[in-house]
Design a protein around this ligand. Structure first.
Ligand SMILES: [Zn+2]
Length: 102
């Protein structure tokens, strides 16, 4: 009877499958080590699935479409949107704009 790393009796097929998965992850870690390290230093999120590593900069989560102009950057009368200053996007991390006092 074969025993898994957790100490549970398993079939031969399960034991072979677990060993293949462990080797796969070890090889994947070795192949992507440099790229993963770069992504980690940059603060990117790393999603690992089988042979695929996906990297994403979480700063994109802070950007949303402007709710005033709907993303086209134009306000009333075709002028530049005052909320997003014509960008069509808002960044939650930008400091709020001080209102002008008359
Ligand atoms: Zn806008």
């Amino acid at each position: 009877m074969n025993v898994s790393p957790a100490g549970v009796a398993v079939s031969l097929w399960t034991c072979i499958r677990e060993q293949a998965l462990a080797r796969h992850w070890k090889l994947s870690d070795a192949l992507f080590a440099e790229i993963d390290g770069f992504a980690w230093v940059q603060g990117w999120a790393i999603i690992r699935y089988r042979t695929k590593h996906t990297y994403r900069d979480p700063r994109f989560d802070r950007v949303v479409v402007c709710c005033t102009c709907g993303g086209d950057g134009k306000g009333e009368g075709g002028r530049m949107c005052r909320t997003c200053k014509g960008d069509g996007l808002l960044n939650f991390c930008d400091p709020p704009v001080a209102r002008k006092t008359a």
